[in-house]
Design a protein around this ligand. Structure first.
Ligand code: NAD
Ligand code: ZN
Length: 359
């Protein structure tokens, strides 16, 4: 069956676009007058940019700690429980401002406000979420994950790192303002940007790719190459990167991620590497799967003076490698995306052990 892909309904794009936040909030209040729950990456705590948000009496800003960990089910449930005790009315909107992590927090909290039980119960398959969440507004401050326009809200739970998935998850409104990503440190800019590049490669070579997904990933790949092979981190290139992320996020909505993400989920779960860096550590070694795209990736590292960790596996026990292999093997859809329905012929335990040993 063909996928039914949901994406944000309303998009504001442009340099300085964040100035429209109060119009967006007012517009929402005119439909449902109530309080706003505004979830912001705590990197921005005390930053004058936050003062531009006009808060009414009951509105609440929740600063989330992204530095110490990517989004967890425990923290989503905590914010949801707090919000339910704060007011008898659900918020008019949940706003998420930050990178993929803060945006995924907002998407997940919005849904858990209308679903009972712990969020870990909803990780995984489509169809577990039964109804829309609270209206959501997304404001990215790093570009690359595509979380601003993609379907999942990726969470680390007690058992697995996996998304809440389905048509109810994407933001209803997003504001894309390239000025907001200017302060991203160069390494983070690169790792998260490479997440976008890798999404595009995995979408482009995907067994389930279509004319629609390819049109999106090709446009995004072209922008990634301009940014990471030619222009570097500049005011102008930030505009391109923001669009690359948006288009790449849309393309994986239709074609989805594949081999690199399957391996990097294992790596991140066992050794706690962050998503962008974890993907980079894996991708540099996937030349026999992704060919010239890996050559280009290595050129991008060189051009931007990024040295990725090497020889990590020298310190990994066989048990840890096996644990990563089992997590990775347990993502059959991603392997099918890479190699088609007969993926088990190629993807054996031994092959995956050999891939991890390259890292
Ligand atoms: P992030 O949100 O984890 O943030 C990385 C770091 O950058 C943090 O320390 C943060 O405080 C800082 N930061 C954010 N904005 C900044 C700014 N403007 N200036 C300076 N510092 C800033 O990074 P990310 O790579 O965007 O997101 C990774 C997360 O996204 C992971 O949890 C991953 O699982 C998720 N993800 C989600 C999707 C999806 O479709 N929903 C896709 C890919 C990845
Ligand atoms: Zn990714």
């Amino acid at each position: 069956m063909l996928k039914n892909v949901a994406t944000p309904r309303k998009v504001i794009y442009g340099v300085g676009g964040f100035a429209q936040i109060n119009n967006v909030l007012d517009e929402r209040r005119s439909v449902k007058n109530g309080w706003m729950l505004i979830i912001i990456d705590n990197y921005f705590e005390g930053n004058p940019i936050v003062d531009k948000i006009k808060l009414l009496e009951k509105d609440h800003i929740e600063f989330v700690d992204i530095k110490s960990s990517e989004p967890t089910t425990v923290e989503v449930d905590r914010i949801r429980d707090w919000a339910l005790s704060y007011d008898s009315e659900l918020p008019s909107a949940v706003v998420g401002m930050g990178g993929g992590s803060a945006m995924d927090y907002a998407k997940a909290v919005s849904l858990m406000l209308t679903h009972d039980g712990p969020s870990q119960n909803y990780q995984g398959k489509y169809g577990l979420l039964k109804r829309p969440g609270v209206y959501t507004i997304g404001i990215p401050t790093i570009s690359g994950t595509g979380a601003e326009c993609s379907m999942p809200a990726v969470l680390s739970g007690p058992e697995k790192k996996m998304g809440l998935n389905g048509i109810w998850v994407p933001f209803r409104q997003i504001i894309l303002d390239p000025n907001l990503i200017e302060s991203v440190p160069i390494k983070q800019w690169f790792y998260t940007g490479m997440d976008c590049y890798i999404h595009n490669v995995e979408s482009h070579l995907n067994y389930h790719s279509t004319q629609l997904s390819r049109s999106l990933d090709e446009a995004s790949l072209k922008l990634c190459e301009e940014v990471f092979l030619q222009e570097g981190q500049t005011k102008e290139s930030n505009e391109k990167l923001m669009i690359a992320s948006f288009l790449g996020g849309k393309s994986i909505g239709f074609a989805d991620v594949a081999a690199c993400h399957a391996l990097s989920y294992g790596l991140s779960h066992v050794f706690k590497y962050r998503h962008g860096l974890g993907n980079c550590i894996v991708f540099q070694h996937l030349e026999d799967i992704y060919g010239d795209y890996v050559v280009k990736f290595n050129q991008m590292c060189e051009k931007n003076d990024v040295q990725l960790p090497q020889n990590l596996s020298a310190n990994w026990s066989y048990d840890k490698i096996k644990q990563m292999v089992l997590i990775s093997m347990d993502l059959p859809f991603l392997w099918e995306n890479a190699f088609g329905p007969d993926w088990r012929i190629k993807i054996t335990m031994d092959y995956l052990v050999s891939l991890y040993k390259r890292m």
